[in-house]
Design a protein around this ligand. Structure first.
Ligand SMILES: *[C@@H]1O[C@H](CO)[C@@H](O)[C@H](O)[C@H]1NC(C)=O
Ligand SMILES: *[C@@H]1O[C@H](CO)[C@@H](O)[C@H](O)[C@H]1NC(C)=O
Ligand SMILES: *[C@@H]1O[C@H](CO)[C@@H](O)[C@H](O)[C@H]1NC(C)=O
Ligand SMILES: *[C@@H]1O[C@H](CO)[C@@H](O)[C@H](O)[C@H]1NC(C)=O
Ligand SMILES: *[C@@H]1O[C@H](CO)[C@@H](O)[C@H](O)[C@H]1NC(C)=O
Ligand SMILES: CC(=O)N[C@H]1CO[C@H](CO)[C@@H](O)[C@@H]1O
Length: 494
């Protein structure tokens, strides 16, 4: 799923097989979506946006654990289009996953019906277009999976529940951005930050004094980590990508590309309007945008300067990340790797180390993992595997350790064994932050720190209450380690 710097690089970890869809008795929800181009003006200038049923951002998907989601997508663009469902585990059939490794793009003028089941899942996620920088033009929206009615949720029902999609934004269109990389240039600093598709003070959220609201914040942008904060209000973190967390209070929260967080905010201040602020992290020029938290009995507009936040400090972010832990006594679907609810007691089968790099290949700006910059084959990997089509990919076309060699192009596929319990170390020797997502899986983020990972780094792992999530950041000149049970088939990292 395309979040690694938003560029078309991916390593595909594959234990390939095909599953037919078999749906149980769980409820169905039907969606008909028409994907079109349309004018949008998020930063005040006209741009060609990608709309879903005329909306930018696209409509939210509301669902309950185990629901079947039947989403018929009509591609009215003039280019092939694919939607990917960030964080949906696709435990029945990863063919519906919507990245180019698994699924055929929807041709222009055609439709395709995604059949998903949010099996044993809860939480906050989002969907986005996974091809051709379409994400830079829109086509994204929120996904929420509520607990089933009889399952207790570890906090009172909020008075309101808001999707908050934040992300960096360019005035250049998606074809222009692609052209920039193809001409050998890296992307410049974005032109702004959007909140729910709006620029400065364009997005507002209504609250009633004394009540508590849930905000589901996702970073749908291309490459910038963002800090989120609300003037004079604290946020209580309650959920991260499907895990109920220890309910810790923060005055601001770092949200890295591809990540989703739920916070509770109580309208406990004098009634007026307050700034919601989103600003870039780890950039020398800090981009900031604001939205409005509006009390229903507001006595007046926002006052004073928008509150500042952390800018280039990495330690601040690392400490916050380490403070985010699972509430082990909260109810909800609990990951049960290898039939043990204790991920820290399971013996590892294998360690994979992946290292990111950037460079030019044939005059084009490209990004690589273990020196391989992924090239999508004409035939999706799953289809090639199912029909045993030779020559599409080679298993072992990427090493499971960094080699240090120059970047080269390949359709990288690494083999792992079904049902193994694997440690993956993301090593980032670059001076920009990385974000990794594992399609169709949640993993335990057991550790992260500065420098180069060694076997001794395991001494600082959290083997007790790390969060299980689907997207993790890797700080500049740092490493992040995850544990994952490979209990299903054909997944992709990006
Ligand atoms: C999608 O929208 C376009 C533009 O409004 C329209 O021409 C087309 O008929 C719509 N397609 C469907 C399937 O609704
Ligand atoms: C395309 O849409 C039509 C009309 O809704 C539907 O009958 C058909 O099954 C869809 N085709 C695919 C491949 O999803
Ligand atoms: C953890 O969840 C339990 C059960 O819902 C709740 O009572 C408790 O307050 C939570 N603890 C923290 C620290 O969030
Ligand atoms: C994208 O922008 C360029 C100018 O920067 C323009 O030539 C091109 O037509 C635009 N493409 C689309 C699809 O709007
Ligand atoms: C893990 O490995 C150790 C040493 O080889 C062994 O004693 C232990 O039983 C294993 N634990 C599990 C849960 O398999
Ligand atoms: C837990 C789960 O849903 N596992 C699925 C993974 O893939 C196999 C096919 O190889 C399915 O049969 C399982 O249902």
């Amino acid at each position: 799923m395309g979040v690694k710097r938003g560029v078309a690089t991916a390593v595909v970890l594959c234990v390939l097989a095909f599953v037919s869809v078999s749906l149980g008795e769980d409820p169905y929800r039907f969606f008909d979506w028409n994907v079109t181009y349309g004018d949008i003006y998020p930063l005040g200038v006209r741009q060609q946006g990608i709309l879903i049923n005329g909306q930018f951002p696209g409509p939210d998907i509301h669902s309950v654990t185990n629901d079947n989601l039947i989403i018929n997508v009509f591609n009215s663009l003039d280019q092939p289009f694919l939607l990917s469902w960030n964080g949906v585990q696709q435990r029945r059939n990863s063919y519906e996953d919507g990245v180019f490794g698994t699924t055929c793009p929807i041709p222009p003028g055609k439709n395709f019906t995604y059949i998903l089941q949010v099996k044993d899942q809860i939480g906050s996620f989002y969907y986005f277009p996974s091809l051709a920088f379409h994400k830079a033009a829109g086509g994204f929206g929120g996904i929420r999976i509520l607990s089933r009615p009889r399952i207790p949720v570890p906090f009172p029902d909020p008075a309101g529940d808001y999707t908050v999609l934040i992300g960096d934004w360019y005035k250049a269109n998606h074809t222009d951005l692609q052209r920039q990389l193809d001409s050998g240039r890296k992307l410049a600093l974005p032109d702004g930050i959007l909140i729910n598709g709006r620029g400065d003070n364009g997005a507002s959220f209504n609250v009633e004094q004394g009540k508590t609201y849930r905000l589901r914040i996702s970073n749908v942008g291309l490459e910038n980590s963002l800090n989120f904060r609300i003037q004079n209000h604290k946020m209580t973190l309650v959920e991260v990508e499907g895990t109920h967390t220890l309910q810790t209070t923060y005055s601001s929260l770092d949200v890295h590309v591809g990540q989703s967080y739920s916070v509770l905010v109580t309208a406990d201040q004098p009634p007026r309007d307050y700034y919601i602020v989103v600003s870039t992290r780890f950039t020398t020029t800090v981009l900031t945008t604001t939205g409005i938290l509006r009390y229903s009995n507001s006595a007046g507009p926002v006052q004073g300067p928008p509150p500042g936040g952390p800018t280039i400090q990495i330690d601040w972010s690392l400490n916050q990340a380490r403070s985010i832990r699972t509430n082990l006594t909260a109810s909800g679907p609990r990951p049960n790797p290898q039939g043990s609810y204790h991920y820290g007691l399971i013996n590892l089968t294998r360690t994979i180390v992946v290292s990111s790099s950037a460079g030019q290949v044939n005059g084009k700006q490209r990004y690589a993992i273990n020196s391989v910059s992924y090239v999508a084959p004409d035939t999706p990997l799953k289809v090639a595997d199912f029909f045993k089509i030779p020559g599409v990919f080679r298993v072992g076309s990427i090493s499971d350790r960094p080699s240090g060699s120059a970047i080269y192009l390949d359709t990288s596929v690494m083999q792992t064994d079904y049902r193994t319990f694997v440690e993956i170390v993301f090593q980032n020797d670059e001076d920009i932050i990385q974000s990794y997502h594992l399609d169709g899986y949640s993993f335990f983020v057991v550790g992260m720190d500065g420098g180069t990972w060694t076997a001794g780094s395991r001494n600082e792992y959290n083997l007790r209450d790390a969060v299980s999530r689907c997207t993790t950041q890797v700080y500049p000149k740092s490493w992040t380690a995850i544990y994952v049970a490979l209990d299903n088939i054909t997944r992709c990292i990006s």
